[in-house]
Write a protein that binds this ligand. Structure first.
Ligand SMILES: [Zn+2]
Length: 396
């Protein structure tokens, strides 16, 4: 059946009632699966659901499923747990609720961004070329961060009631936080500004040096490219891609970062047998963040895909989302359209029906809707109509 999973934060289920929300997802929207956020960084959003408290959600983020503390013995980072999940056997009740309704449950994770963890362990933060630490990005080259990520994934690979693991971390964590990055792009063209996302923390430097990368030359090169970007203003004639390509030390450091990142994703996936899904939302790729973080780099998509079974991608069939990379090589049967609700959502019922049914016509597996609390009540029907049409197409 043409699939539809809806992303949901745990408190959306507890605030409105687990049974009520799951009924709504299945009966009013037509969803076949719940994608429950299992770990995330701080979030804040307005909830358009009349009568639900609180209407404005502000949560510091954390880990929302029960874990075996022993699994984290090899890392100093302990998961910042959400207390209510443990008290009320939240995870068990949600998975039972899904099973009763013949819905699948996937768990969505953000592994490498956490204000809470970086606050407790400042030594694991990514640092940009100027030595400025991130407030939330955790460097995958730090041994405690790698082990923490592996331990979380192992927990989920072991959980019987989890059908799949959805990873938000599509690209290597960016060393410069989004707000700071955007302030830099008011001065710099986005191409050289992308170098601000390369991590030069102590762990990254040590690992790179061990692998024979000339770190000092890479740092000097990155600063020189950024200086050049400052001199020629906001719209230089030569783009940064060419500048960094002309600087072999910077190019080498970038390539090393990307290779290490792909290896880590492959390791995470191969630590178990659960379906491993890439949530390729636009913000996870950082569209304007240039080479250093616009992963996959062109031509490298097959390497990235080798780490995943499935991709939920925001690019529509015209390929005009602007996301880079050769996603068209993904077999349609392993591709869901990621519909981020609100900012880029279809404007009305006909547009929603068109967008969803076009996915079915193209042989895509389904749609993935991010996220439940951002959908207005009238939009449930739009999605449901789209899904009915898509299912008629796929069974015809
Ligand atoms: Zn680092």
């Amino acid at each position: 059946m043409f699939a539809c999973d809806v992303h949901c934060y745990p408190w959306d289920l507890t605030d409105e009632g687990i049974g009520e929300v799951l009924d709504r997802l299945r009966d009013r929207i037509g969803a076949t699966a719940l994608t429950l956020v299992g770990a995330c960084d701080a979030v804040e959003y307005f909830r358009p659901h009349v009568g639900v408290e609180p209407r404005w959600v502000r949560n510091p983020g954390g880990v929302f499923f029960e874990i075996e503390q022993d699994g984290f013995a090899a890392t100093r980072i302990k998961p910042p747990l959400w207390d209510s999940s443990r008290r009320q056997d939240f995870f068990g009740r949600v998975s039972e609720g899904c099973a009763d309704r013949k819905m699948e449950m996937q768990i969505r994770l953000c592994l490498f961004r956490s204000r809470r963890i970086v606050g407790r362990h400042p030594e694991v933060a990514c640092k940009n070329v100027f030595g400025m630490p991130s407030r939330y990005a955790m460097c995958p080259h730090h041994p405690d961060v790698r082990e923490y990520a592996m331990a979380l994934i192992r927990e989920l690979h072991r959980a019987d009631n989890v059908a799949g693991i959805v990873l938000e971390d599509a690209s290597s964590p960016r060393a410069t936080d989004a707000e700071s990055y955007w302030s830099a792009t008011s001065v710099l063209n986005s191409e050289p500004a992308g170098l601000l996302n390369l991590c030069f923390c102590e762990s990254s430097q040590q690992e790179a040096a061990k692998n024979g990368v000339d770190v000092e030359a890479a740092k000097r090169g990155a600063v020189a490219i950024l200086d050049r970007g400052c001199q020629v203003g906001a719209e230089p004639e030569v783009d940064g891609r060419n500048w960094s390509d002309r600087n072999p030390a910077v190019a080498r450091y970038e390539a090393w970062t990307q290779t290490q990142w792909t290896r880590l994703l492959q390791e995470l996936r191969s630590s178990g047998h659960k379906r491993f899904v890439l949530n390729a939302a636009r913000e996870n790729f950082g569209l304007s963040n240039s080479k250093a973080s616009s992963w996959p780099a062109e031509g490298d998509d097959r390497i990235l895909l080798s780490a995943f079974d499935f991709v939920a991608h925001q690019e529509n069939l015209e390929g005009n989302s602007g996301t880079e990379g050769g996603f068209h090589q993904i077999p349609r049967s392993q591709w869901e359209l990621l519909l981020p609700w609100c900012e880029d959502s279809p404007e009305d019922a006909p547009a929603t029906v068109r967008e969803i049914s076009r996915c079915a016509e193209a042989g895509m597996a389904g749609v993935s809707i991010d996220h439940y609390a951002a959908i207005r009540e009238d939009q449930y029907d739009w999605i449901h109509q789209g899904l009915r049409r898509a299912r008629r197409i796929t069974t015809a």
